[in-house]
Design a protein around this ligand. Structure first.
Ligand SMILES: *[C@@H]1O[C@H](CO)[C@@H](O)[C@H](O)[C@H]1NC(C)=O
Ligand SMILES: *[C@@H]1O[C@H](CO)[C@@H](O)[C@H](O)[C@H]1NC(C)=O
Ligand SMILES: *[C@@H]1O[C@H](CO)[C@@H](O)[C@H](O)[C@H]1NC(C)=O
Length: 301
């Protein structure tokens, strides 16, 4: 019976795929995350536009990289800080990341920075999700789909609230929340956790290390993610966990590849599209340390 249903689903999906090039364009609500996250998502939006879909990019008024382009409609919402203040905060934080010393000092300084950045982004998200008229307008625009990066789960909360199909587009989300939300197994005996520098072949002591490292990250996840649970609960008027918010997604597009990452179990709705980061190829010219710093700061973030 189960197999029968699956086959039927598969047939339906194939039909849908065949029909896609001729299907009527859909309306996509894009909720990007600032920085390099947006730079790769922008290529996807460009491609969606080329295939006849209509994209609305929802962004705060104050941004670093997100600017209007001719292949999408940019819709902004007010935020309680200025461009100058936002830039200064980001640059100061990036500087601190690279002036660090030992591990413990680095950990606490990085946590402090992440806390500050989280606070700014949370304020921006609250401005959006507390704006009743804007939410109503988004709801009445009847989008077919939301495309968002869940590393800042504001777009994910909005998608859950609007109750429309959602596609996640991400490099990574800490604390194994992706595995929890998709109920994907993540055995710590052979899947190295972030920052452990371990491989998929571990000794007993390395496995212990692999199990202990996430505890420190849990602290960061706690302060950066818990506020979004409260926001979601407030919006949906019931107790909602972040895992529930994220499990709303239909498809998870990971900007990763098993060439770089150790193999791990995946769910059928997880797709690896690491190649998207190599769309524009050119030889490295003058690799300036500042650019690298920004890259790493964004990667860590
Ligand atoms: C809500 O969003 C709209 C559209 O971006 C904006 O014009 C309005 O000022 C916002 N309202 C509040 C209270 O921020
Ligand atoms: C973080 O924010 C606090 C309070 O706004 C500030 O005192 C502190 O200097 C900030 N730290 C960094 C690293 O920006
Ligand atoms: C969105 O609008 C529809 C009617 O167009 C309404 O039934 C629904 O409750 C609204 N959803 C939200 C989350 O406001």
């Amino acid at each position: 019976m189960g197999l029968h249903v699956t086959l039927q689903g598969l047939a339906g999906l194939l039909l849908l795929l065949y029909a896609l090039p001729w299907a009527e364009g859909g309306k996509v609500l894009v909720f990007p995350v600032e920085g390099s996250h947006w730079l790769s998502m922008r290529d996807v939006v460009r491609e969606l536009h080329a295939r006849g879909h209509q994209a609305v990019v929802l962004a705060p008024e104050v941004t670093l990289h997100i600017k209007g382009e001719d292949f999408f409609t940019l819709q902004t919402y007010p935020v309680p800080y200025t461009r100058q203040g936002f830039r200064q905060q980001m640059m100061r934080n990036i500087k601190v990341v690279f002036e660090t010393g030992n591990y413990v000092k680095t950990f606490f300084e990085t946590s402090e920075i992440l806390k500050n950045i989280s606070t700014v982004l949370l304020r921006s998200c609250m401005n959006l999700l507390h704006n009743g008229s804007l939410l109503q307008q988004l709801n009445s625009s009847s989008f077919d789909m939301v495309l968002t990066d869940p590393v800042i789960p504001c777009g994910a909360v909005l998608a859950k609230y609007l109750g429309i199909p959602t596609v996640f587009f991400l490099r990574y989300i800490p604390c194994g929340i992706d595995s929890e939300a998709t109920q994907c197994p993540k055995p710590s005996s052979y899947i190295p956790n972030l920052l452990t520098m371990l491989s998929d072949h571990m000794t007993f002591l390395q496995r212990v290390k692999n199990m202990l490292y996430p505890l420190a990250l849990k602290y960061i996840c706690h302060f950066s993610f818990t506020p979004y649970e409260s926001l979601a609960s407030e919006l949906l008027q019931r107790e909602v966990s972040l895992v529930e918010v994220l499990s709303h997604a239909s498809v998870w597009l990971f900007r990763g590849d098993f060439v770089f990452d150790y193999p791990r179990p995946v769910m059928p709705n997880m797709v690896f599209i690491g190649g998207i980061n190599c769309v524009i190829k050119k030889p490295l010219s003058q690799v300036c340390i500042f650019k690298l710093s920004v890259f790493y700061a964004e990667y860590i973030f």
